[in-house]
Write a protein that binds this ligand. Sequence first.
Ligand SMILES: [Zn+2]
Length: 48
Amino acid sequence: MDDEYRCEICGETNSVWDRPSGLWAEQYLLPVEADCWNCCAVNMLPDS
Ligand SMILES: [Zn+2]
């Protein structure tokens, strides 16, 4: 499932998405933090 968040620093919209973890397709990782593509600030993602 795609998701978006807004950078707390610069306000740019970043996209995050669930992705399969290696060969174990049943195991999905949702990152809890992500680097802004624009300013490289680390943003905490809301826990869904
Ligand atoms: Zn940013």
